[in-house]
Design a protein around this ligand. Structure first.
Ligand code: HEM
Length: 405
């Protein structure tokens, strides 16, 4: 049987093919040796030979070959021997060259394809391809790419993967009952071009390589899982995670304006986060993610990191907010703040706004003082963010992935 993962099942098929091949060749030579005059041989000619190698000897393939055989009269025994040699050569090449790479048999959506007598490729129904997804294995794969690009920002893809998971989820509208991580609509042109998503194409591209290897995982599951991996591997708390998101269609895209604008203040933050079902305490707990990563002039227009350790999950965001003196940066860019002392760290107007509202400031203070409290609240609020609007099946397994040392 052919599978998406042709390599593992290709070998037994190949040894069967080898036996059959020897039988066919022996028979051909015996017949050729006995030939005395003109003879007609039927050669099977198949387009695309070599690309579907692991299907070659299946019973349906025999049917296919019968239907597409072309009869060619062979005029002399010399020609007969030449033809026999060609068959030996071609068969030997196939048997030595190994099964075709599984990716050759995949269409862009990752579904398996089979040739049909009509010519064009048709997809197998999804059920025929279904292979249980091993999420622990994907966790490891994502861990392996985190530091694969040493030239990337501060040396880790972790921060941008967290931002991707958040922007995929933060479009949720509780009242409308749409948006969120479920449909992974940032795959489509309009939503990918929303201003708030600038730069996230890089993160999606990094994960695409993993999706090609594990096409059974939905994009929403992959992106949120990548956020979980990034947080945990950068020293954060364990984030319980479960699969269940399905890929949507273009019509599921959310309108622009559902993500926060860093240039604004408290009323805007409340509009954005209350719409998703969060309260003031949860807004503050989520904002601690800005201990990670940095702003990029070519993406948001803002510039610089929030903390001195942008690839480690710490409660530094709250400490910096309270302990540093923040002044407006004088520059040819959007309004942002810089620490007076080193001028190397930054805060957005929305970050500074958390200090203006007593109901929020008290949580900034609590999280600055008690890192464990923040780690616990942060894990809980991230689960809520990543799960908002996802119709999980009852009894879906919740994973508590072990952080890889
Ligand atoms: C409170 C409202 C928020 C605003 C206004 C905001 C705004 C921004 C902006 C302007 C950037 C810079 C993007 C760039 O230029 O590359 C950014 C980066 C980032 N944000 Fe937020 N954000 C908010 C909430 C969150 C939340 C809730 C999370 C996660 C739970 C988060 C995680 C991140 C991370 C990790 C980065 C760094 C990305 C990188 O290094 O490439 N943010 N955010």
């Amino acid at each position: 049987m052919s599978t998406l993962y042709g390599t593992s099942e290709g070998q037994p098929a190949k040894s069967r093919a080898l036996k059959l091949y020897i039988l066919v060749i022996t028979t051909s030579f015996v017949r050729a040796a006995n030939a005395t005059s003109k003879r007609t041989i039927t050669q099977a000619v198949r387009p695309n030979a070599g690309r579907q190698s692991h299907q070659r000897w299946s019973s349906s393939q025999s049917t296919y070959q019968r239907m597409h055989s072309t009869a060619k009269p062979i005029q002399s025994s010399t020609t007969l021997w030449a033809a026999a040699a060609a068959i030996v050569g071609a068969g030997g090449f196939y048997l030595l060259s190994g099964p075709s790479k599984s990716q050759d048999d995949l269409n862009p959506s990752g579904s398996h394809t089979v040739p049909t007598p009509a010519g064009p490729q048709k997809q197998l129904p999804p059920a025929a391809n279904a292979k249980p997804v091993n999420y622990e294995e994907i966790y490891k794969e994502i861990t392996n790419i985190l530091e694969a690009d040493s030239k990337w920002d501060d040396g880790s893809l972790g921060p941008i993967l967290v931002r991707l998971a958040w922007h995929a989820s933060g479009t949720y509208d509780k009242a409308a009952g749409n948006g969120g991580s479920n449909k992974a609509t940032m795959r489509f042109k309009d939503e990918s071009q929303h201003g708030g998503n600038a730069g996230l194409g890089h993160a999606r591209d990094f994960l695409e390589k993993i999706h090609q290897k594990y096409p059974g995982i939905s994009y929403g599951d992959l992106w949120t899982l990548a956020g979980v991996v990034a947080i945990q591997q950068m020293g954060g708390p364990v984030i319980p995670w479960r699969p269940g998101r399905t890929d949507g269609i273009e019509g599921d895209q959310t309108p622009d304006g559902r993500l926060p604008d860093g240039a604004k203040g408290i009323p805007h933050l409340r509009d954005i986060f209350y719409r998703q079902g969060f309260n003031d305490k949860e807004i503050v707990a989520l904002s601690g993610a800005h201990a990670l990563g940095r702003c990029h002039k070519d993406r948001s227009g803002f510039d610089g990191p929030w903390t001195p350790s942008p690839t480690v999950v710490t409660n530094d965001y709250y400490k910096q907010l309270l302990e540093k003196t923040w002044v407006e940066r004088k520059w040819n860019g959007p309004r942002q703040f810089q620490d007076k002392e080193t001028r190397e760290l930054m805060m957005l107007p929305t970050d500074m706004a958390l200090l203006e509202e007593p109901g929020m400031k008290k949580w900034v203070q609590a999280y600055a003082q008690d890192e464990e409290l923040w780690r616990k609240d942060f894990a809980a609020v991230l689960v809520k963010l990543f799960e908002n609007g996802v119709p999980f099946k009852k009894d879906t397994k919740v994973y508590h992935f072990k952080t890889i040392e």
